[in-house]
Design a protein around this ligand. Structure first.
Ligand code: UFG
Length: 347
């Protein structure tokens, strides 16, 4: 009896693995390390003192993927593996469709072959598109605005078709709002490749002196201070949402049922910068630049469905998100830099 976590070494994967182990599950992970490092595995062990089974593989590699299902009794899958940079997806759409769509189809084919029909999928609030009314509920119309978002939306649609073809499946797409923060131990966190695209890692890298100043993408939005508003949630809360979703798919319900994971509260870019300044005790320099194409003014969740049906609610506030993100930055200025090499038996 084990839960397979794909992309288990990424930012969300590592935190989800920790909370799944803390909840007493046996877990099997795979990752191709395209945007993560083997050191994460050692840190997960350090934080939990629990063992897990790991495979280095790309989910499009059918042969290696099949080995995972042959060598373990998988009950359910938390599918997090995928590419996630919006800007890159606009330049390299086929890379995104190959990874996110073909990869997922290969995975669910393998699940079907091995009679594993319980799945939690990492979707995104981006599937609500530009016109959604806040607070955004799960019944809002869906729309994609870039290849990354379209890949999430397409996978949701593929999963709905899959269920129509075989209604033994139990599938939960989780629509994440803006995950930030880090594990409170300071040992696990987010270390994007190159210059960060997202707000929180950009702020912490400016505060740490790695980047010169923040660019605020527009201050003429129809919001109280003119900057964009988002629903930031602590990555540990997000991880706990996966534990609840796994409980739900394991409970015997069938169908495809999407849930928002957000706090229901929105903060502006300026409020985020101020919150970090308070925690860090340092001024964070910024300048105002043009709006980033494709950004919406305001995006925050209606999280009531997850509370009512999964028993999940975000617990951690903005101060904790900033404190944990900063602790991670200070303790790991170069991310998971380490000499740790995978032992052959792990590969
Ligand atoms: N922002 C800045 N400067 C920066 C980075 C961001 O002003 O350097 C602003 C953005 O304009 C936006 C807010 O900070 O108003 C948050 O931006 P992020 O890039 O951190 O997050 P997004 O809301 O744009 O995107 C996130 C994920 C996507 C996902 C989307 C779903 O990164 O993967 O949420 O809503 F699709």
């Amino acid at each position: 009896m084990a839960i397979l976590i794909t992309g288990g070494c990424g930012f969300i994967g590592a935190h989800t693995s920790v909370e799944m182990l803390n909840a007493g599950y046996d877990i099997v992970l795979f990752d191709n390390f395209s945007n993560s490092q083997p050191e994460v595995l050692r840190r997960i062990y350090e934080v939990t003192n629990e063992n897990l089974q790991f495979y280095q593989l790309d989910m499009r590699d059918k042969e290696r993927l099949e080995k995972v299902f042959m060598e373990n009794r998988i009950d359910a899958v938390i599918h997090l593996a995928g590419l996630k940079a919006v800007g890159e997806s606009i330049h390299l759409p086929l890379k995104y469709y190959d990874n996110n769509i073909n990869g997922t189809v290969t995975l669910i084919e393998m699940m079907k072959k091995h009679n594993v029909k319980k799945l939690v999928f990492s979707s995104s609030a981006t599937v609500y598109g530009l016109k959604a009314q806040v607070p955004i509920s799960e019944s809002s119309p869906l729309e994609a605005t870039n290849p990354y978002g379209r890949s999430k939306l397409m996978v949701e649609e593929i999963l709905r078709d899959l269920y129509i073809s075989d209604n033994e499946w139990s599938i939960i797409p989780l629509r994440y709002f803006n995950p930030v923060g880090a594990h409170q131990s300071g040992r696990l966190g987010e270390y994007p490749n190159g210059t960060p695209n997202n707000l929180a890692p950009y702020i912490t890298q400016v505060a740490a002196g790695k980047l010169r100043e923040m660019s605020i993408f527009g201050n003429n939005y129809p919001t109280p201070d003119g900057t964009g508003i988002r629903d930031y949630l602590h990555v540990t809360d997000l991880a706990l949402g996966h534990v609840k979703a796994i409980e739900k798919v394991m409970s015997g319900v069938t169908g495809v049922n999407a849930y928002n994971l957000g706090t229901g509260k929105g903060y502006s870019v300026l409020e985020m910068i101020q919150a970090f300044e308070q925690i860090i005790g340092k001024h964070i320099p910024y300048s105002i630049v043009d709006r980033r194409p494709g950004d919406v003014a305001i995006c925050y969740a209606d999280p009531t469905k997850a509370k009512a049906e999964l028993g999940w609610e975000a617990q951690k506030g903005l101060e904790e998100m900033c404190m944990d993100a900063w602790r991670w930055q200070v303790n790991n200025p170069n991310g998971y830099e380490s000499s740790f090499e995978l032992e052959r038996s792990w590969v």
